[in-house]
Each structure stands twice: as C-alpha cells, then as structure tokens.
Design a protein. Structure first.
Length: 320
C-alpha cells in the first residue's frame, strides 16, 4: 500500500513538473514570437556618422599639435557589467528610498587628459531641483555637483569620498570613488570645455537618458543579436557633437553628445567590434578613423538600426 502511494505521488509530481515545463516552454515561445518593437531614440547610421565626424572636426582637429587633448573616440562597457550596474542601482534605490530619475553619463578626463565616461544614477538635487548624478558614501547619498553650469563640482573636500565600497559610479574598469569621478569631471572642464569657450560657452558635461529608455535599448539589442546570430559583447559609448539641427532645439546646437553602438566578439582577434544592423547585413564600424563614410540611403534603415542617440545633456539643461 505504501509503495502504491509512493508511485502515485511520484506520478503526480512528474505530471506537475511536465505541465510546468510545458507552460514555461509555451511562455518562452510566445515571448520570442512577439515582434520586438523598435525603442525610442534609435538613430540611423548616417546620423551617427554626422555626429561622429562633427566631433572630430570641432573637438579634435582644431587642437592637433597645439595641446595634449586625447583623441579617444569611444569608451567600451561589457554587457554583463552594464546589466549588473542597472540591477545594483535599482536595489540600492529601493533600499534607501531614492527616486532614480535618469541614468547619467558623466564626462571626465583622467590625469593624462584622456576622455572618460562614468555611468551614474541621477536624482533630483534637494537644493536646485535639477536631476544630478549621485553615489553612496557612508550610507548617505552624495551628489557629484549641484549645478552643471559651474566650472567645477561644488564639493571641494574629497578626503571623505575615496571609499568605493558603496559606489554607484561605473567606469570601464569597474566601480570608482566619488572623489575620482569629481576629479575627472573637474579636469574635463579644464582640458575639454575651457579651450572651446569662445565657440560653445557651456558645453555639455553630463549626458542622460531615462533609466527605462536605456534598459529598453539594451533589451532590443539583445533580442536583435539573438535573431541575427550576433555574439553581443557590450556597447561602445561614442563621442559625438550635435549639428545645427532645429528639431533638437537651438540650445543643443554644436554641443557635445554621445551615441551608443553595440559590439560583437571577433572570433579571430578576440576583439570587440562595433557594428550596426541594417536589416539585411551587419555593417562594421571602426571608431579609430578620423572620419567615417556614409552609406547609400537605401541601406540606412532606422527601423532596424542598432544605434541610439537623441540624448539630453547638461548644460544646457535638457528635458528628456
């Protein structure tokens, strides 16, 4: 009797597992069969080329041979680090009751004046009401600045901000301290913004998206990569400059911007190669070139593009 009961129980358990597996399989099939919608902020390859070339022509070429301004064109982040960073931000925000409004890309320059990007959460500053990047130090929120129009961060005493154990500031080499981020942010003004003051009085030093916008973009690119057998490895955050495009508002004309380009693993060189999908094939993008060439219009399909932009910045204060 006992053995019969055991057999019956095992049969029920097996049936339950089988039903659960079928249900999960059906859900997976339904999810993958649903056509993925193109997220907002996707841009065409040619638009990205315009902004990339604008960056070279306005931020690099005029200073060649005159200063030690670095010619870095893109900063690479691996996919796992980006996704873990987004999860960490959400976890910390919930634990501490912080309303994270945006994901900020803080421009900086290291001690060798090489351009850097630090990815930080943003929240409303209690003094100004503006969305500004922050981190956590000694269990307290630390805003990196309170006014993006100032030349330097309003934090002058960095001695208490060197610990990175609670940092929410992601660099391409991992988490860094608030002190290091502020130092690079200040140095960016001296080496990148000040030399252009007569051309662009208040060039952008913080670019930002809503957190959901960036998450949706990553989800879209992951799905696009799976559908087209692309080995997605991460993203290049590429420096660009807006042109005189009236649709963005005159306040953004000629200002620093960023755009995003996914990367795939090159099996031969084991390098991370930037690419764009045009709906039919993969276009490899080499961000070591000074100037990129546009492609013929029929292949410049924004509906299948892998590139994202239309990012807001401060200064000027965007309304993303």
């Amino acid at each position: 009797m006992k053995n019969k009961f055991l057999k019956c129980s095992l049969a029920i358990v097996g049936l339950t597992i089988g039903l659960a597996s079928c249900e999960k399989e059906n859900q997976t099939t339904e999810e993958t069969s649903v056509e993925l919608q193109v997220p907002e902020k996707i841009i065409s390859f040619n638009k990205a080329v315009d902004e990339y070339n604008n960056f070279y022509n306005t931020r690099i070429a005029p200073f060649k041979g005159k200063s030690n301004l670095d010619e870095t064109r893109a900063v690479w982040f691996d996919l796992e680090s980006l996704e873990n960073h987004l999860e960490k931000i959400e976890t910390v925000a919930q634990e501490k009751g912080i309303q994270v409004s945006h994901l900020g890309f803080v421009l900086g320059a290291n001690t060798n004046n090489v351009r850097t990007i630090t990815i930080a959460p943003m929240a409303s500053h209690p003094d100004t009401g503006e969305n500004m990047p922050f981190s956590i130090n000694n269990n307290q929120i630390t805003f990196l600045d309170n006014n993006a129009f100032d030349k330097y961060s309003n934090i002058t005493d960095l001695n208490s901000l060197t610990d990175k154990s609670q940092s929410l500031l992601l660099s391409t080499n991992g988490y860094i301290s608030s002190a290091q981020t502020i130092e690079m942010y200040n140095n960016y003004y001296d080496t990148k913004v000040a030399p252009l003051y007569n051309v662009v009085a208040n060039d952008s030093r913080i670019c930002f998206y809503t957190k959901e916008t960036f998450k949706n973009y990553i989800t879209y690119i992951k799905r696009q990569a799976v559908d087209n057998n692309i080995s997605l490895s991460g993203f290049n955050i590429v420096f660009g400059v807006y042109g005189d495009n009236p649709t963005l508002g005159r306040e953004f004309a000629n200002h620093q911007t960023l755009f995003f380009a996914p990367t795939k693993t090159d099996t031969k060189s084991n390098d991370n190669k930037s690419y764009n999908f045009n709906g039919e094939s993969i276009i490899n993008i080499d961000f070591s070139q000074n100037i990129l060439e546009k492609i013929i219009s029929k292949l410049d399909n924004v509906e299948s593009s892998s590139l994202a932009n239309e990012i807001a910045g401060a200064p000027p204060m965007g309304i993303e």
